[in-house]
Design a protein around this ligand. Structure first.
Ligand SMILES: C[S@@+](CC[C@H](N)C(=O)[O-])C[C@H]1O[C@@H](n2cnc3c(N)ncnc32)[C@H](O)[C@@H]1O
Length: 330
């Protein structure tokens, strides 16, 4: 693997520290939103706080969320967008997902927690990431933050070849979920034990290890390839928090006191980068849109899935939740 510079310009650890009092002020509401979403398996409470810190510090005018499902990250981002708007920094969240979990289940519960105006900054769309018209939302957005939490090589190709070229000319930050920093995993995590070789998205045990990145999802492979070609440092939330906060006993104690264990952890289990940190002229893969018959339509009442999720889908979901819970222990 080609070596790339280690120090990106944005530091999540610095953002977490700088935004600690803002996060503390919203703590009760954030915890109420977490209860309303009621899907802790997809994003832990400290990750909510970390994603909010990234938005509060970077001050994007657009947060583009790729993959909403039950909407943990959607709420974290929109809560941060509400704070930014109240501080005079216009910020909107555009969230794309095939799933209707948000409108069918979660949004009515969130309405019990927040005022009507909270939704003004949020556009939660049931749309396919592969076919979405990005010009409409990206045009006019001076600063863009992308949250990449939908998986598979085709989505990765769309992110790297279709979305990133559109935001490369302005300040940008890309956050990637479901990626672990090997430097902070226990030594025995290197062992295959009973696992077969990782061959693609797999929540039953096998993971792919690439340098100091470990993951169950394909985007880890795609982003290491992309970052290596472009000389872009990939930073982990874990490394940034540990070096900016964890190595300073005074800061560590204060973060624990101010945020408590729900909203503070030295663990992140996600990575980020900015195209602005590239040390080479940027090169992007060609995005080949899938053939129409391969495109999944968003689920809706007028367009129900052909087959209801069966026992295998339910088992896969349970495996995924168990694997995610295991990842969170650090
Ligand atoms: C891991 S979940 C997102 C979790 C969410 N970010 C959270 O914090 O709760 C990934 C979601 O991406 C969606 N997804 C996958 N491929 C997609 C595509 N091509 N277009 C839109 N959504 C997609 C899936 O339907 C799924 O709901």
């Amino acid at each position: 693997m080609q070596s790339v510079p280690q120090e990106p310009s944005f530091q999540l650890g610095t953002a977490y520290w700088n935004q600690r009092q803002v996060l503390r002020a919203r703590r009760d509401r954030v915890l109420a939103l977490i209860r309303a979403v009621d899907n802790a398996g997809d994003l832990s409470s400290f990750q909510w706080a970390q994603l909010m810190a990234a938005v509060l510090e970077f001050k994007p005018s657009l947060v583009l969320e790729l993959g909403r499902s039950f909407g943990n990250s959607t709420c974290a981002f929109n809560e941060a967008a509400n704070v930014l708007n109240s501080q005079g920094h216009p910020c909107r969240v555009v969230s794309l997902c095939l799933s209707d979990n948000w409108e069918a289940l979660v949004e009515p519960r969130v309405r019990q927690v927040v005022e009507e105006s909270w939704f003004q900054s949020l556009e939660a769309l049931r749309a396919n990431i592969l076919t979405f018209d990005y010009d409409r939302v990206i045009q006019g957005a001076a600063r863009c933050l992308v949250f990449w939490d939908a998986h598979g090589f085709t989505v990765a190709e769309c992110v790297l070849g279709n979305i990133l070229p559109r935001i490369a000319d302005r300040p940008n930050l890309v956050l990637m979920h479901d990626m672990l920093d090997v430097r902070y995993l226990p030594p025995e995590s290197r062992l295959y034990e009973q696992n077969v070789l990782w061959k693609g998205n797999n929540w039953s045990g096998p993971r792919v290890r690439l340098g100091h990145i470990e993951s169950t999802v394909e985007q880890a492979v795609a982003i290491v390839d992309f970052a290596s070609r472009n000389g872009i440092p990939l930073e982990s939330a874990d490394h940034s928090i540990r070096t900016r906060i964890g190595d300073d006993p005074g800061k560590l104690q204060e973060m624990r006191q101010v945020l408590g264990e729900e909203l503070f952890s030295l663990c992140g289990n996600w990575f980020y980068f900015s195209l602005g940190d590239a040390r080479q002229s940027l090169t992007f893969p060609r995005f080949a849109p899938p053939a129409p018959e391969q495109i999944k339509a968003p689920k809706s009442k007028s367009n129900p899935p052909a087959v209801r999720p069966g026992w295998w889908a339910r088992i896969r979901h349970k495996l995924r939740q168990a694997a995610k819970a295991a990842l969170k222990r650090c």
